[in-house]
Design a protein. Structure first.
Length: 412
C-alpha cells in the first residue's frame, strides 16, 4: 500500500513507551502518523511519518494553529490522544480542523467530575450521591449528607489519585488535605473553589469498559474486572478481561452505558468508563474520553483479537469499525510494588527458572530508582508487571501469582 493512500492521523503526545507503544505500533501499519510532541521523537520514530516539536501539548489553541498549518500542506483525517491530561487540548485541535471529537466543552465535562455528575444526575443515570466542596467544614457537612463511609475524590484527576475512603468524621479530618493536595503530572487547573468531591461509598465489583463510539452509537469492546488493593486507597493492582464477559451482551448494562454517553454528549471516539456493580445495579464512577490505561486495551487485544490502536484511529478518522473478535480467551495483568516507602532498588529481574513460559513479564523500575508503595507511590510506585492469557480468570490469576512470586528485587 502506498503511504500516500493511507489516512493521515495527527497524534498528540505518546506517553510512557512501556504502556503505549503497542498502540502506535499497530496504528502505523494502516495510517500515516504525524506526532505533536514537546521533544524530538525517540522510540516513536519507526512508527511515524512526520512530527512537530511544539512548546506545549496542553495548550489546545496553540496546537490548533499549528495543526491548521500542517493541514494546509497535508490534509489531516483525524486527531487522536490517549493521555488524560491532554485530551481536552486535543479537542481544540479537532475543532479547528472540523474533525470528530472536536468539542472542548464536552471533553471538559468528562475531565471535570463535578460536571460529569451534574449531567448524569439530570439524565437520571445511576451514580453515587456526590457533593463538591472546597473546605474541611464543607466536606464534613457533605459527608453527613451522603453518609458514612464516604469517598473523598479529587475533582479532576485520574488513575485513582487522591481517592480515599473515610469511615467517620475523624478519618475525614485526617485525610481531607491528602485528597485536596494530590497533584497530577500535568498542570491542568480545575475549579479551585471546590476541588474535592465527597461521594457516597457504593460497594460491589468495580469494572471498566473500553468502548468505541461513532455517530453517538456506543459499542462496548472490553470489560475489565478490577483488582483493587492497598485499602483505604483505591490502587488498581490488576485487571482481567474476558472475551465472553456477560456484561458485553447484557441489555440492561449496555443501555446504561449508552445513556451515560448520550447524557454527556460524547458522539465520536474512544472512552474508558468505570462502574461499580452494586446490589441494586451498575452505578457510574467516571468516564474518561480516551483509551484505558494499565494496558487494559492490550489485554482486550490478547483476549479478543480486536486491535484497539487501529480501531481508535478509525474512530478518530470516521472510518469503518471492525468490531468482530477473532479470539475468545481471558487476559490478565498484575502490577508489583515494593513493601516500604523510599526503597532504593539495586537490581530487579524475574527469575527465568520459576517464571511461567506463558507470561510476559516486564520490569519497570530501573536500578537506582527510589520507589514507594501506595499511597506515596500510587501508579508511579509500580516496579514491574506481568500479563498472561488463559481460558478462565482463575487460571489466569494462578499464573500471575506464580509470575509475581518469581520477581526478585535487591534493595540498596
Amino acid at each position: 500500500m502506498a503511504s500516500e493512500s493511507r489516512p493521515h492521523l495527527l497524534l498528540i503526545a505518546t506517553g510512557w513507551q512501556v504502556f503505549r507503544e503497542y498502540l502506535l505500533r499497530s496504528i502505523s501499519t494502516r495510517y500515516r502518523v504525524h506526532l505533536f510532541h514537546t521533544a524530538e521523537p525517540g522510540w516513536e520514530r519507526e512508527y511515524i511519518t512526520g512530527w512537530s516539536v511544539v512548546p506545549s501539548t496542553i495548550d489546545g489553541p496553540a496546537m490548533a494553529r499549528e495543526a491548521v498549518r500542517l493541514n494546509e500542506a497535508d490534509p489531516i483525517d483525524g486527531v487522536l490522544c490517549w493521555d488524560e491530561g491532554r485530551i481536552h487540548a486535543t479537542a481544540y485541535v479537532a475543532e479547528a480542523l472540523g474533525l470528530r471529537c472536536g468539542d472542548p466543552a464536552m471533553i471538559w465535562r468528562l475531565r471535570d467530575k463535578a460536571q460529569t455528575r451534574a449531567a448524569l444526575a439530570e439524565a437520571g443515570v445511576p451514580q453515587p450521591r456526590s457533593v463538591k466542596v472546597g473546605t474541611l467544614a464543607q466536606a464534613l457537612a457533605a459527608a453527613e449528607q451522603v453518609g458514612y463511609p464516604a469517598i473523598l475524590k479529587p475533582r479532576g484527576l485520574g488513575a485513582s489519585l487522591g481517592v480515599v475512603r473515610v469511615d467517620d468524621p475523624a478519618r475525614l479530618r485526617e485525610m481531607f488535605a491528602f485528597t485536596r493536595d494530590t497533584k497530577a503530572p500535568d498542570p491542568v487547573v480545575y475549579a479551585s473553589d471546590h476541588p474535592v468531591l465527597v461521594e457516597e461509598c457504593v460497594t460491589g465489583e468495580e469494572i471498566s469498559v473500553d468502548s468505541v463510539v461513532q455517530d453517538g452509537k456506543v459499542s462496548p469492546l472490553f470489560v475489565a474486572r478490577k483488582v483493587v488493593g492497598f485499602p483505604p486507597y483505591a490502587e488498581e493492582v490488576g485487571h482481567y478481561v474476558d472475551a465472553d464477559d456477560p456484561l458485553l451482551t447484557d441489555s440492561t448494562f449496555t443501555a446504561i452505558l449508552q445513556d451515560t454517553h448520550t447524557a454527556l454528549g460524547f458522539r465520536d471516539g474512544w472512552t474508558h468508563t468505570e462502574y461499580m456493580l452494586t446490589e441494586t445495579g451498575p452505578k457510574l464512577i467516571e468516564v474518561n474520553g480516551r483509551l484505558g490505561g494499565d494496558l487494559i486495551p492490550y489485554l482486550g487485544k490478547l483476549a479478543t483479537g480486536i486491535d484497539p490502536g487501529v480501531l481508535a484511529a478509525a474512530a478518530a478518522c470516521g472510518g469503518t469499525l471492525d468490531l468482530n473478535p477473532t479470539r475468545r480467551q481471558v487476559a490478565g495483568i498484575r502490577f508489583c510494588y515494593v513493601d516500604r516507602d523510599d526503597t532504593v532498588i539495586a537490581a530487579i529481574h524475574f527469575d527465568p527458572a520459576t517464571l511461567p513460559t506463558t507470561v510476559d513479564a516486564v520490569t519497570v523500575a530501573q536500578p537506582g530508582a527510589v520507589v514507594s508503595p501506595p499511597p506515596k507511590g500510587t501508579v508511579w510506585g509500580r516496579i514491574a508487571y506481568a500479563t498472561a492469557v488463559a481460558d478462565s480468570i482463575s487460571e489466569c490469576a494462578h499464573t500471575l501469582d506464580v509470575a509475581q512470586a518469581s520477581l526478585r528485587v535487591l534493595e540498596s
